[in-house]
Design a protein around this ligand. Sequence first.
Ligand code: SAH
Length: 208
Amino acid sequence: MFEEERQKMVKMQIMRRGLCEPRLLAAFETVPRHLFVPEGERHLAYSDGPLPIGFGQTISQPFIVAFMTNLLKLSGEERVLEVGTGSGYQAAILSQLAKEVYTIELVPELAARAEKVLAGYENVHCRAGDGSLGWPEAAPFDGIIVTAAAPDTPQPLLEQLKDGGLLVIPVGVRGYQDLEVWTRNGNEFDYRRELGVAFVPLRGKEGW
Ligand code: SAH
């Protein structure tokens, strides 16, 4: 079910916008996005935009998930942290591309729902809690991806990167942010800016 829609999504929304890495495309062809959206939204699961998932939160547009995932340059050997599990879709995509995925969600109901949907993804570890502080017990990580917008890059997340590790995070004001890519070199941290994006706010101790 939905296979045709899924292939069309990969071709029209991801490949045509310039993302062509075969492993990345395979992940999007494999993960059934419709199982991660609320039942009433399933017919829109493969459309070219974000969708509501309850509690005022959204599942990101497929292209944005692909774009951010691509920035992590995963080869399959990495340990990755996602902050903001939401629907669990981004975590499922990461599970196809990294070795271990740790994902943390602040809203307990969303965390519980995602954990259920992700039950078959054995390399995904779920937790309910404040991800603006990272997941210290599972650190360090080769990659960290934050799928909510931060006013500033949280220091605990930078500290939980391995040497050479990458952090992808939207940073800015409410309603508009730049996607930043941070790299750790020893105790130095450099960043560059990628696209402009609009994410729901990161809450918690290091958020809003
Ligand atoms: N990656 C998700 C989309 C996330 S929407 C997906 O694939 O569906 C952003 C999510 O971040 C929301 O579910 C929100 O509740 C969560 N969030 C906000 N602040 C957080 C925090 N401090 N720690 C963990 N999750 C947080």
